[in-house]
Design a protein around this ligand. Structure first.
Ligand SMILES: NC(=O)c1ccc[n+]([C@@H]2O[C@H](COP(=O)([O-])OP(=O)(O)OC[C@H]3O[C@@H](n4cnc5c(N)ncnc54)[C@H](O)[C@@H]3O)[C@@H](O)[C@H]2O)c1
Length: 707
């Protein structure tokens, strides 16, 4: 397959990159650019060379699939291609439209001249993958746009239109017409000047007070980097441009190589690929038919229903919001209005935009208002009897072909589907709270869900800005099912000697956005209490979590009541330790006849993490999740797992599954710590014995339900 078209026309050689969709700089494309260049240089009739891409992309940069194997470094390596373009004795013009990012931008900087369409997208996104530009970008870019602008772009990874740089030496021409036409005209201008070349490396780096600026920048980048290494290393590389081109390049190369093998960058790259992979579902393809979703109805205007309605309004999709009682409807609509007014007051959106979005949500009490909706999402109380009555009504009124979804967190979606005569149209859409903010959407593929219904949900998720992960049916689906043993370990550690603040601090130091107790106070302790009570009823022998139950018996439901595992000052969110909770813990320890011991932070972190990992391995084994990386996406986008650790499965694989299993067996020896949960999952034991990782676990054929 050819990845570059070559043609000559009136003294110009056209090298047009053709590696769809985005001209990623694969080994084949790099080699083809170099071959095209050699061919043009060898042809005496060629006076100037134009390097172009497609309308969609000049080039989106490195082909990061090549990072895993050796192809990324294979000859010709991108820096060498950029150098060859720059060293050419005939002028090379980059004709840029669409994405021009990362390695693609570096390729353009290797050219002598650049013409760009005003709407071309310019960026160095490498920091987002824990890297820096590694093909001269940190050295050539400041020579064209100045130290400060270069630093801002490289450190932030921000994308800006080429028009931003109109008039700067970065672009010789910025056009609203075709980049190819502009390049042709520009070549004619060069012809009149005798085809001069201009090499970026020969330009000086300008800044009136470079050292002072870098000093200042270091402070602000350190603060903005939030512990990530790449932004500061980017600053170091850009700063090195002041030391001369050759020395600067050597610094760039050294930093790039170090970051490539850093655990942080590996984790960020994993997270990037994991999100992409999550969208691929066996049995579905681009050709799977999807249904049109033009209007949506949401049933229940509580915490979730309101957030879900706003999610659709934000994407420009009209929503009917249904309630059982006028009072609840008024409250729900008032909350939505308050949210949009607040966003406008804080300057997050224009007042007219806030009004427009709020106006897309129509309140209703009569279910027939949902009759025309293409999708109905139920978000009423977590009670199977209530869900049954709602789905029976929906079955009667919803139009043929409408998709009926439930936002249940724990109930059986297959049972809910059976409340209707059209189970093929039913699935779970499990949003996370606050639904208009959280990125994660678990799409629950029930036993009878039709492929086109699933495909529609996945494409809709993209439209409303959510990251969808497909789950089979089981109690808690992927995320909350794993949270159960995690929360259990947190509570057992209180009995054994830890305090809520010690547990929270230890796991937050590991990188979690919030420890289990702060998180429960935020979500509402009554939610897990409700689930616990159901579990106690279903499994009478289940170990009672008395400390947590007693906290709830006192009405300490968390931030919303001002008291929970911590206490909260009115209007503030700071979690303040509360002696009342310490006393409950103390009394329960005495009742259990336990002498408290000091639990090391390392044990706290390992028990919490491996409780997640063991349940996840079972989820994978059962085919509830399709692949280990889907589980990582769930935890990264929905549960505050630190992205620089790549997710629970990636983290466990990097620690070594053998070590994880050994640690679990240690915990199992502590009889108190093990209410039967530390038996390592079969899959985990198998992978560990074979010296493998979760990456090697075969992608599951989805078992749609557990039962
Ligand atoms: N709160 C969370 O963090 C969260 C997260 C994910 C999923 N969920 C799930 O979302 C659902 C809703 O949870 P929530 O926290 O928004 O509850 P909520 O109590 O805040 O809201 C439920 C709303 O449904 C209304 N309602 C009850 N019966 C109704 C009926 N027959 N017809 C119309 N409206 C009716 C109630 O008046 C109430 O306003 C539950 O299934 C829950 O498990 C909750």
């Amino acid at each position: 397959m050819t990845v570059l078209r070559y043609k000559t026309d009136s003294g110009i050689a056209w090298l047009t990159m053709d590696n769809p969709p985005l001209n990623a700089l694969s080994h084949a494309l790099r080699a083809a650019v170099l071959n095209g260049l050699d061919r043009a240089l060898a042809d005496p009739k060629v006076k100037a060379i134009v390097l172009a891409g497609s309308e969609r992309a000049f080039s989106s940069g490195a082909d990061i699939k090549e990072f895993a194997g050796g192809a990324f470094y294979a000859d010709p390596f991108l820096p060498a291609v950029c150098d060859a373009l720059e060293a050419a004795p005939k002028p090379v013009i980059a004709a840029i439209s669409g994405a021009c990012m990362g390695g693609g931008l570096e390729l353009a900087l290797g050219c002598h001249y650049r013409v760009a369409r005003a709407d071309a997208k310019i960026a160095f996104p490498e920091v987002k993958l824990g890297l820096i530009p590694g093909a001269g970008g940190t050295q050539r870019f400041p020579r064209l746009v100045g130290l400060e602008t270069a630093l801002n772009m490289i450190v932030s990874g921000a994308t800006v239109p080429a028009a931003t740089f109109k008039g700067s030496p970065l672009f010789d021409v910025v056009t609203t017409e075709s980049a190819a036409d502009a390049a042709r005209e520009f070549a004619a201008k060069l012809a009149r000047q005798g085809y001069p070349v201009r090499r970026v490396r020969d330009l000086p780096v300008k800044h009136p007070q470079a050292e002072a600026f870098l000093q200042f920048a270091r402070t602000s980048v350190t603060a903005a980097a939030r512990g990530f290494a790449a932004p500061l290393r980017a600053l170091e590389a850009v700063g090195a441009s002041l030391t001369g081109y050759a020395a600067g390049i050597a610094t760039e190369q050294k930093i790039f190589s170090e970051l490539m093998v850093s655990p942080e960058s590996q984790a960020l790259r994993h997270a990037f690929f994991a999100e992409r992979a999550a969208g691929k579902v066996p049995g579905l393809s681009d050709k799977t038919r999807t249904r049109d979703i033009a209007t949506v109805a949401v049933v229940g205007a509580g915490t979730m229903g309101g957030g879900i309605a706003m999610t659709f309004a934000n994407a420009g999709i009209p929503v009917t919001l249904l309630e059982a009682k006028q009072e609840a409807l008024d409250r729900g609509i008032a909350n939505i209005r308050k949210f949009y007014e607040g966003a406008a007051a804080k300057g997050k959106m224009k007042p007219e935009e806030a009004t427009r979005r709020a106006g897309l949500i129509t309140p209703a009490l009569d279910f027939t208002a949902a009759a025309r909706a293409d999708l109905v999402i139920e978000a009423v109380f977590e009670d199977l009897a209530v869900k049954k009555s709602v789905f029976q009504q929906l079955d009667k009124i919803a139009k043929k072909g409408a998709i009926l979804a439930t936002n249940t967190s724990t109930l059986d979606v297959d049972a809910i589907a059976r409340f209707t005569k059209r189970p093929g149209d039913v699935l779970g859409l499990h949003f996370f709270s606050p639904a208009n903010v959280m990125r994660l959407l678990e799409v629950v593929n029930a036993a009878k869900t039709r492929p086109e219904v699933l495909a529609t949900a996945l494409s809709l998720a993209r439209r409303i800005g959510k990251t969808a992960v497909v789950s089979g049916v089981c109690d808690g689906f992927i995320g909350n099912r794993m949270l159960d043993p995690y929360a259990q370990q947190a509570l057992l550690m209180l009995e054994e000697g830890a305090s809520p603040q010690q547990v929270d601090r230890a796991i937050e130091k590991f990188g979690f956005a919030m420890g289990p107790f702060r998180m429960s106070d935020l979500a509402g302790n009554d939610i897990s209490w409700h689930i616990r009570k159901r579990h106690y009823a279903e499994h009478p022998k289940l170990r009672r979590m008395r400390i947590a139950d007693r906290v709830c018996e006192l009405g300490r439901f968390g931030q919303k009541t001002g008291l929970g595992w911590y206490r909260y000052e009115p209007g503030k969110r700071d979690a303040i330790p509360d002696p009342v909770v310490d006393q409950i813990i103390d009394e329960e320890r005495k009742a259990l006849k336990l002498t408290p011991r000091k639990i090391p932070d390392e044990e706290i972190v390992d028990r919490l993490l491996y409780a997640l990992v063991n349940e996840a391995a079972k989820i994978l084994e059962e085919g509830i999740a399709l692949r280990a990386s889907d589980i990582d996406v769930v935890y990264l986008t929905g549960y505050g797992f630190p992205v620089q650790r790549g997710g629970p499965m990636f983290h466990a694989s990097r620690v070594g599954l053998g070590q994880v299993v050994r640690r679990m067996r240690e915990f199992a020896a502590n009889k108190h710590a093990d209410p039967g949960s530390w038996k390592p999952a079969k899959l985990l034991v198998q992978l560990a014995a074979a010296g493998r990782t979760f990456d090697d676990a075969p992608a599951a054929k989805q078992r749609k339900s557990r039962g």
